[in-house]
Design a binder for this molecule. Structure first.
Ligand code: NAG
Length: 312
């Protein structure tokens, strides 16, 4: 097999170039979204690191999720913003590979982390007395390292499998970003190994966390329903509602993309992919801080402390 000379290859990210006016609008929208992602997620991380009342497993995981969202969007959104404005929508081979491997790492890690967060809620609600012992600092760190490690390894393996392919034809992505399956499909060689392993990864990284999440919530629901007081039920469920919302949005979009019959990627498909890649990371911190008295308290404390410091 002939070895591809990587420096010579460029890919074209077509995006929505057939609708130039939509691109201007998307540029403004995505710029605003990206700024909100950076602001919202970094604020949440700072609050979690600074406020000792938020030094509990749930918020450590949430901090990691926010960090993940920042990495995930920073891998592709800035390049996408530039492409929205320029006529030349090319990306070098190396940058395309970096983009797709970072995206893949973060996507897989997010799936595992969401399952870890569900397990954390399960412990807190179904086993409240033993929860502080079960969810020790060490276990939290292990689970976070496991999430990142698995995401990183699986992405490394897929990237190595993908870049050994030869590229020779026209290298046009019908997408906004470099995505691994689309990348593999551009190769002029047999890609069945890549397709099979990608499908296996999807089953492992999408469906087994989803299964764990569902099992956790079945237990949580049955515990919550056994609580007699309405007040107690509300309180127990309010600590899960943010996580449930994030999971439904995250998996809802993925499953929707999968269930649709795969024809040529239409404009709507591309916009859904954009929603998935940009809007969800923006909503995560908002969902978690909305109606969350602990986060509000930490925010208030940070602001008053800052004011006090200024007055002096
Ligand atoms: C991620 O999780 C680890 C382990 O629980 C924690 O020590 C760390 O502070 C978290 N990172 C952020 C940014 O919250």
């Amino acid at each position: 097999m002939e070895r591809t000379n990587w420096t010579e290859i460029e890919f074209i990210l077509q995006g929505l170039s057939e609708y130039p006016r939509a691109e201007k609008f998307l540029f403004v929208m995505c710029l605003v979204i990206y700024l909100v992602i950076l602001l919202g997620n970094s604020t949440l991380i700072i609050l979690i690191l600074l406020d000792s009342r938020l030094h509990i497993p749930m918020y450590f995981f949430l901090g990691n999720l926010s960090f993940l969202d920042i990495c995930y969007t920073s891998a592709s959104l800035p390049a996408m913003l530039i492409h929205f404005l320029s006529k030349k929508k090319t990306i070098s081979f190396t940058r395309c590979v970096v983009q797709m491997s970072v995206t893949y790492t973060m996507g897989s890690t997010e799936c595992v982390l969401l399952a870890v967060m569900a397990y954390d809620r399960y412990g807190a609600i179904c086993n409240p007395l033993r929860y502080p012992i079960i969810m020790s600092k060490v276990l939290c760190i292990h689970m976070v390292v496991l999430s990142w490690g698995l995401g990183f390894l699986i992405s490394l393996a897929q990237t190595l499998l993908a870049i050994r392919l030869p590229f020779c034809g026209k290298n046009v992505f019908n997408h906004f970003v470099c995505e691994i399956l689309a990348f593999v499909k551009l190769a002029c060689a047999d890609i069945s190994l890549n397709e099979i392993t990608l499908m296996l990864d999807n089953v492992i990284f999408l469906f087994s966390p989803l299964l764990l999440i569902c099992i956790s919530y079945i237990f949580i629901l049955s515990t919550v329903l056994r609580i007699n007081s309405v007040e107690g039920r509300k309180k127990a469920f309010s600590t899960c509602s943010a996580h449930v919302t994030v999971v439904i949005m995250f998996y809802g979009t993925i499953l929707f993309m999968y269930m649709k019959p795969k024809s040529k990627a239409s404009a709507v498909d591309k916009l859904i992919a954009l929603f998935y890649g940009a809007v969800i990371p923006m909503l995560n911190p908002i969902i978690y801080s909305l109606r969350n008295t602990e986060v509000h308290g930490a925010m208030r404390k940070l602001i008053t402390r800052h004011r006090f410091w200024k007055k002096r």
